[in-house]
Design a protein around this ligand. Sequence first.
Ligand SMILES: Cc1cc2nc3c(=O)[nH]c(=O)nc-3n(C[C@H](O)[C@H](O)[C@H](O)COP(=O)(O)OP(=O)(O)OC[C@H]3O[C@@H](n4cnc5c(N)ncnc54)[C@H](O)[C@@H]3O)c2cc1C
Ligand SMILES: Cc1cc2nc3c(=O)[nH]c(=O)nc-3n(C[C@H](O)[C@H](O)[C@H](O)COP(=O)(O)O)c2cc1C
Ligand code: SF4
Length: 663
Amino acid sequence: MYEKLFEPIHLGPTEIRNRIFNPPHGTTLGSRGLVSDELIAYHEARAKGGAGLIILEGMAFHPSFCFPSAYLNAGHDDIIPGLTKLKAACAAYDTAVFGQLFHAGRSVRSSHDGSRPQVYSASDTPDDRYRIVPVAMPIEVIFEIIESYASAGRRLVEAGLDGVEILASQGYLMGQFLNPAVNRRDDEFGGSLENRMRFLVETLAHTRRAIGSEKTLGVRITLDEQTGAGVAKEETVKICQVLEQDGHLDYFSVISGSSASHNGWIHVFPPMAIPPAYVADDAATLKAKVTKPVLVAGRINQAQSAAEILNQGQADMVGLVRALIADPEFPNKVAQNRVDEIRACIGCNQACVGHRLSHHPISCIQNPITGRELEFRPHTDVTKQRVLVIGGGPGGMKAAATAAAQGHDVTLYEKEARLGGQVRLAEALPGRSEFGGVITNLSAELEKTAVEVCLSSTVDKRVLETLDPDAIIISTGAVARLPEAEVDGTDVLTAWAVISGEAQVGQHVAIADWSSDWTGLGVAHMLALAGHQVHLFSGTSSCAEAIPPLVRDQWMGELYRLNVDTTCYARFFGAQDNTAFFQHTITGDAIVFEGVDTIVSCYPPRANDDAAWLADLSNGRDSPFVIKTIGDALAPRTVEEAVLEGFKAARTIGKLDGQFEGG
Ligand SMILES: Cc1cc2nc3c(=O)[nH]c(=O)nc-3n(C[C@H](O)[C@H](O)[C@H](O)COP(=O)(O)OP(=O)(O)OC[C@H]3O[C@@H](n4cnc5c(N)ncnc54)[C@H](O)[C@@H]3O)c2cc1C
Ligand SMILES: Cc1cc2nc3c(=O)[nH]c(=O)nc-3n(C[C@H](O)[C@H](O)[C@H](O)COP(=O)(O)O)c2cc1C
Ligand code: SF4
C-alpha cells in the first residue's frame, strides 16, 4: 500500500524523488536572521531520513514585517551562503529544498524594542487574536512588497534552492487581501475578487520573472480558514483556477486554519483533538478543479493515512511536519518495511509549537534529539556497563532504551504491572487517548533492545547485590498530594484518584486547580461528561496557563459547551461541610462556593523518594555505582523533561571522557 509514497513527481521543473515532503515550519534555530549550523543539522537529519522535499520555514523579507531574530530573513543577500550550505547538506540525500516567503501582515505581536508594533494589513480591520489595529497598506508599500517578494525569491534561487513558495494562507498578509471580511479597500487591490487577488497575482508574476523558468514556484493556500469569516471555499478554488491560468505556478499546497482567530488558529497547528489527515478532503476538492499538483498537510502522522491520501487520489504529495519532528526517519522506515518502528507524533503541541511560541528552538517531547542534532551526535567512546533503571514511566523507559541502544546491559524495574507511569492517567482524560502513544512508541523502542523489564517489582538490597549495577537511574516519578488546608466535612480528593476511578465523586464539584495544566481541564471535562455540575477554580489569571495555548483554546471550547463554570485568581483555602473557600490571589478576598459535594484538588505532585535509600548509599565515598535521578523523581514537571533527562543520563553512562548528565 505504500508504493505510491515512493513514486517520483515533478513540481514544475524540479523532480522530487518521492511524494513525502516536509512543509515549512519555523524552528527558531536561525540566528540574527541567518541560517545557523543547528538549522542545517536539523534539516540534514530530515533529508537523511528520506523526505523527498523540504520547504524551509517562512522567511521574512521586508521591514514592514517585524520578526524575531531567530526567524530567517531573506530580505538581504547575507542569507545566501547559509542557504547554500543547507541545500548542499540536503542534496547529499537527493532531497530538494524550496524556501517559503512569509509576511504576516497584521498578525504580529511584538516589535524589536518592546513598543506595540505598527502593522500593515489590507485595511484597518483588527483581528480576534493579535488585537492590534493595523494600518491600511499604502499602495506604494504594496508595490514595494511585490518587488521584495521577487528579490527575496531571486536570493533563494541564487543560493541554489530548487524553488520558492509564497504563503497566501492562514490569515497572513496575502490571506488578508484575499478575504473580503478583512480587505475593505476601494482601490484596485480591494472590492471584487479580481482586485483582492491582484496583490497575489502580481507577486507570483514578479517572483516568476525573478527566479526564471528553471525553478519551481508554488503557493500555500487555505481552503477552510475555520473562522466562520474566511474566504469561501468555492472562492478559493476559483482563485486557484485563475492562478493556474496565469501560468506562473507549479503547485498548490493546501492547508487549513487562520492565525486571525482562536478557532482558526487551532487548525494552523492542529492538536490531537483534531482528527488525523483531515485536510485531505479539501485537497481533493481543489485537485478536482486544477491540473497542477496539489500538496496537503495537516495531522498526517501515520504511514497508512499518508499512503491512503495518495492511493485515493486526494493529493499528489503528503506533508509531514510534526511527524518528522517526532521521527525524521519516518520515510525511510516506511520504505524499509519498518512502519511499526515509527515514533508517531501525538499532536500534543508541546515541545514543537510550544517552544516556537515561547521563542525557543523547537524539539519534541518524544524525541529530544530534534533541535539538538549537533549536541547529541552519536557516541563511539562507550564502555559497556551494567545499568539498573528504577521506574518505568516515560523517563525510565527512554533511559533504558537509550542505554541499551548504546550497548549496555540494562534491567528496568517497575513496581506496577505495566509500564507508563502517569501517562496512563494522562491518556484516560477525554480526547487525550492519543497521549498514550508516548508509551506505545517507547515500548517499541524497548522491544528493539535486550532490556530486561521486571514488572510488579521493586528494588531492595538483595536485588541490588544480585544485579551489581555500575550505574543506576532513578526514575520513580511523582506521588499525588493534597494542599495543606483546613477541611472539615467535605471530601477533598486528588485528581489522580478521580481519574483512575479509585474515588467516588458527588454531583456538585469544585476543582481547585493550582497546576493550571492538563489535569484541571481534563478532570473537569471528564466529570462534566459524566453529568456532574463542575466549577473550575484556577489559581492563575486564565485557566490552564501552563499548557500550549491552542491546546487550551480547543479544550476551553469543549468545557464551555459542557457548562463548566470557571473562576480565575482563586487559591484553595479550605472547606467546611458543603462549602468550599477560596481566596482571590490579588485582593485576598474570600470566594465562597456553597453547595459543593466534592472538591477535586489539582495540587502539584511531590517527587517520589522511594529510592532515596540508594542515593544515601551512593553518597558514601566507596560507592560501587553512579546514580542519577531524572524526570518527576527529581522535580515533577512533564514528559518532555523526563524523556530528555532519561536520554541524557543514559547517553553518558560509560562514556570515557564524560560526566553523568541528567536533570
Ligand atoms: C492527569 C495527568 C495528565 C498529564 N498530562 C500531561 C501532558 O499532557 N503532557 C505532559 O508532558 N505531561 C503530562 N503529565 C505529566 C507527565 O505524565 C509526567 O510528568 C511524566 O509522566 C513523568 O515521567 P517520569 O517517568 O518521570 O515519572 P512517572 O510517569 O511518574 O513514572 C514513574 C514510574 O516509576 C514507578 N515507580 C515508582 N516507585 C517505584 C519503585 N520503588 N520501584 C519501581 N518502580 C517505581 C511508577 O509506578 C511509575 O510507573 C500529566 C500527568 C497527569 C497525572
Ligand atoms: C513549529 C511550527 C512552525 C510552523 N511554521 C510555519 C511556517 O513558517 N509556514 C507555514 O506555512 N506553516 C508553518 N507551520 C504549519 C505547518 O507547515 C503545518 O501546516 C502544520 O504543522 C500541520 O502539519 P502537521 O500536522 O504535519 O504538523 C508550522 C508548524 C509548526 C509545528
Ligand atoms: S512535541 Fe508532540 S506534537 Fe510536537 S512533534 Fe513531538 S509528539 Fe508531535
